[in-house]
Design a protein around this ligand. Structure first.
Ligand code: ZN
Length: 232
């Protein structure tokens, strides 16, 4: 049997799709049609730009700049939007409202992360201590995880939390207590308010929280630009 050039070309073109499918056994939603279908089935699946529902929110989207542990820009230059699923965004708005009563607010380092970016992190680092394994996916890909800290609304300064964002030492762990009392207080304040609104902390990163409700949200691979275009 003679395999035509056209067949070879088709095989070659479908190879990346095959590889990607192998890496992500859970299925990735990467078309607008799939995403719209999911919203039609359940409005809770809608991805919401955070500033549109959380007044006064401050962004420092570290992967949109080289100011991160990778020392590279992982998101397209000029990414000024970030997203979470609607129930998570609304829960964050309630945390912000509670903080505002004390003259405090939230600063977001990261929230939704397209699945292809998680794959790129993995290609560069390949170490589960620092990045999510694409074979498992990340809750950032589901639009339910957020990395954040607390700021003073008057000065815009971050409250001391003992370490910066993406610090991979023990001192960033939730159960690490050899810290100044005010640092422990600040971490506890964030944790208490986040938990009250349905977010769960991560043991190893004081800044990372995952919203959990009864919904199971799909892994998404839609660009920030696409999601921005789809905002109402
Ligand atoms: Zn995170």
């Amino acid at each position: 049997m003679r395999i035509s050039e056209k067949t070879l070309l088709l095989l070659w073109l479908s190879l990346p799709l095959f590889l990607r499918a192998q890496e992500a056994p859970f299925g990735v939603q990467n078309t607008i049609a799939q995403y719209k279908q999911a919203i039609k089935a359940d409005e809770q699946n809608r991805m919401v730009e955070l500033k549109s529902v959380v007044p006064g929110l401050v962004y420092d989207l570290r992967y949109a700049t080289a100011n991160n542990f990778m020392h590279r820009t992982m998101y397209p230059a000029g990414t000024h939007q970030t997203f979470l699923r609607m129930p998570a965004a609304r829960a964050l708005q309630r945390v912000q409202a509670a903080l505002a009563q004390q003259g405090l607010g939230l600063k977001i380092f990261d929230a939704y992360r397209p699945f292809s970016v998680t794959q790129r992190f993995w290609e560069l680092v390949k170490d589960e201590r620092y990045v999510a394994n694409p074979a498992k996916g990340s809750n950032h890909n589901r639009g339910t995880a957020v990395d954040l800290t607390v700021i003073d609304l008057k000065t815009g300064k971050e409250l001391p939390m003992g370490t910066g964002f993406d610090n991979f030492t023990d001192s960033a762990h939730q159960d690490f207590t050899q810290l100044a009392p005010r640092v422990l207080q600040n971490r506890l304040l964030l944790k208490t308010l986040m938990e009250q609104q349905g977010f769960q902390p991560l043991r190893t990163e004081w800044w990372h929280y995952t919203f959990s409700d009864n919904n199971s949200y799909a892994i998404l691979d839609l660009s920030f630009k696409r999601l921005k275009q789809l905002q109402r």
